[in-house]
Design a protein around this ligand. Structure first.
Ligand code: SIN
Length: 283
C-alpha cells in the first residue's frame, strides 16, 4: 500500500510547484521519485506543515543524494550536516539577500537544497525563486545560438573569501559565515546546460557567483550578463514563496535562482538547510 498520495500543483507563478499529500517523515522510493520529477520540471517544490526532526530531515535528503556539508555556513548544534540560516532580531544583514544559485563555483555543483523553516517572522522573510528554463526559452533564437557556444567562469572567492567591506557586513557575517580561507573554488561551466533530470535547456549563470564568460574580460562580459540577469529576474519568471513554521522549499540549483528578502528587522528567522550533492553539468 502507498504511504503517501502525492499531488503536484504548479504554483501559478513563473516558477515552482506545491507538493501535497506527503508526510516527509515517511518518504519512500516512489514518493521520492515523484518529488525528483517535479523538481526537474518546476525547479523548486514547496511543502507545508512538515513536523520533521533533524534526523528525518537528513534521511529525507538522502533519498536524493549524498549530503554536501557547506564549508562556510554555521551548522545546527549537534548536526554538522545541517547548515543554519539565522537572522536574530538585532541583526540587520541576512544570508542569501541577492539573486544567486548555490555552489556554481564548484566543479560538480550541488544539486539543490532543502530549506526548512523552524521559526518565521510575523511578516516578511519571503524567498523569491526564478525559473532558469523560461529565462533561457524567452531569449531570441540568435542570442540562444550565441550562448550555446559559451562557457562562464564562476568563483566563491569574492563572496565567501572577501573581507567584510563595512561594519554592517562584518556584523551580518559574525557567527553565521566563516572559514574564509576555504573560499578557493573556481569552476567553468557551459552558459546553457542540459538539465540532468528533465533534459531541458536552462540558463546557468547567476549574479552571485559568475565572474565572466570564458575568454572574455569582465568588462566585455558585463553588458551581456546584465541583460541575461535582467531578463531572468522579470516577474513572469518568478514566484514569491511565503514561509510559515514547518514549510519546506526544495530547490534545484540547475534550474532556478533564489533571493531571500530582508524585510523583517527586529524579528528572528531561523531555517535549517541541507544541501544535496549533484552531478557534473554539461550541454
Ligand atoms: C539561501 O540563500 O540559502 C537562503 C534562502 C533563504 O533563507 O530564504
Amino acid at each position: 500500500m502507498l504511504k503517501n498520495s502525492l499531488n503536484v500543483r504548479p504554483s501559478g507563478g513563473g516558477a515552482g510547484a506545491f507538493i501535497e499529500g506527503v508526510d516527509l517523515n515517511t518518504l519512500d522510493d516512489d514518493s521520492a521519485g515523484v518529488i525528483r520529477e517535479a523538481l526537474g520540471e518546476h525547479g523548486v517544490v514547496f511543502f507545508r506543515d512538515q513536523a520533521i526532526a533533524p534526523e528525518k530531515h537528513m534521511a529525507m535528503a538522502e533519498f536524493f543524494g549524498g549530503i554536501n556539508v557547506n564549508r562556510f555556513f554555521a551548522h545546527v548544534d549537534g548536526y554538522p550536516k545541517i547548515a543554519e540560516v539565522r537572522k536574530e532580531p538585532d541583526q540587520k544583514g541576512n544570508i542569501g539577500g541577492g539573486w544567486h544559485t548555490d555552489h556554481s563555483y564548484d566543479q560538480i555543483p550541488a544539486m539543490g537544497s532543502i530549506l526548512l523553516a523552524r521559526e518565521t517572522p510575523p511578516d516578511g522573510g519571503d524567498t523569491i525563486f526564478a525559473n532558469m528554463y523560461t529565462a533561457y526559452e524567452s531569449l531570441s533564437d540568435g542570442l540562444k545560438a550565441t550562448l550555446q557556444s559559451l562557457n562562464a567562469v564562476h568563483s566563491s572567492r569574492h563572496v565567501f573569501g572577501a573581507k567584510p567591506k563595512s561594519p554592517l557586513q562584518r556584523e551580518s557575517l559574525k557567527g553565521r559565515i566563516g572559514n574564509q580561507e576555504a573560499a578557493q573554488q573556481d569552476a567553468i561551466h557551459p552558459v546553457v546546460i542540459k538539465h540532468p533530470i528533465s533534459g531541458k535547456q536552462a540558463l546557468y549563470v547567476n549574479p552571485g557567483f559568475t565572474l565572466h564568460f570564458e575568454g572574455w574580460t569582465e568588462e566585455e562580459s558585463k553588458p551581456l550578463l546584465e541583460y541575461l540577469y535582467k531578463n531572468a529576474a522579470r516577474p513572469e519568471h518568478t514566484y514569491r514563496f511565503q514561509w510559515a513554521d514547518g514549510s519546506i522549499a526544495f530547490w534545484d540549483n540547475r534550474a532556478s535562482w533564489h533571493y531571500a528578502l530582508n524585510d523583517y528587522h527586529g524579528h528572528r528567522r531561523l531555517m535549517h538547510r541541507i544541501t544535496v550533492e549533484g552531478v557534473p553539468v554539461g550541454r
